[in-house]
Design a protein around this ligand. Sequence first.
Ligand SMILES: Nc1ncnc2c1ncn2[C@@H]1O[C@H](COP(=O)(O)OP(=O)(O)O)[C@@H](O)[C@H]1O
Ligand SMILES: [Mg+2]
Length: 354
Amino acid sequence: MENPFKFGTIVEAEYFTDRVKEVAYIGQFIKSANHLVLISPRRFGKSSVVAKALKESGRKSITLNLQSVTSVPDLSAKLLREFFKVHPLEHIRHQIAHFRIIPTVSTNPVTGSMDVSFQPSASETEMLEDVLSLFEKVHSEKDRLIVVMDEFQEIKDIAPNLDRQMRAIMQEQKHINYILLGSQESMMTDIFENKKSPFYHFGEMMRLQKLPREDFFCYLTERLAKLFPANFEALADDILDYTSCHPYYTQQLAATVWQIGVLQPDTKDVFHAAINHIVTSHSLDYERLWMRLNRTNRWILQRLSAGKSLQTGDYRTSTIYSALKRLQKDGYVIYSDRYEMEDPFYREWILQQN
Ligand SMILES: Nc1ncnc2c1ncn2[C@@H]1O[C@H](COP(=O)(O)OP(=O)(O)O)[C@@H](O)[C@H]1O
Ligand SMILES: [Mg+2]
């Protein structure tokens, strides 16, 4: 029996649940001439929800994760490479001939995809400008291109002033909808809500929450029932209590429960066996992460893991607050209605160490 749960990649079709309102909203939104900014912690389902809305819209789109971008020439090349996926080179060759800096384009014989590169040059802004103007020229107000940039907060790190240059180019465009995704709340807010930032009020801000419990419960029970007819509802509740409805960790735990149910059907307590399996398989990474943390951070993570208050007088409130911000930025901690450990299995590992 194939595992009915999936984690780690964009999920679609039968692996995708709920987000009905969000998909409709994004779909409606990109019909307007405006841009969208979507923020949530990592692995909440941003890429999946956007992919679904794009698919339903039937429009042409390109997606680029800025985390993989190393420089402005690289950014320009990668944008162009993605553009070739929706507009074959032979159709736009004459436009490329007008670029101030001509890129090298070749077909990768193994994958059949395009390799694109720009030589580093003194006029890097011109490359980016030419690429983005190409998008604008090939599209029209009736047929706008959708450009999705994931982990957009990285723009601050790729090159000095890139945000300013990019904004100046985007300012002039009318044939593109930008959807900018980010998982670092504080950096994203700074980019889009700080009056001094070039992207101040660039687009509508949307925040993605965890999945609603009732929906996720139905999703889990429908699938678990086949393998665990006696206790599928209790299992679903246990899983959701444990992950507090985090999309990724819920699917991960459910997938592991399923796998153990199939491979070791005699296991008495599949739920705890699954948790132990995940914690053990990651313990080396967890230990490595732990070694890198300073004492204050370790103390905070221990308290959060145990569900204990941070207001004990051990540390000054301002120290705790700035450490929490830092831990949140680095992805250890998330804030929804309260601060909590991002990874419930890391939380488990920390509890086991003490
Ligand atoms: N709508 C959904 N229904 C079910 N699972 C989901 C959904 N959205 C996300 N997930 C789970 O979360 C994981 C991470 O989703 P992803 O879209 O990559 O998040 P992000 O882009 O925010 O990091 C997916 O692999 C899947 O396991
Ligand atoms: Mg993503």
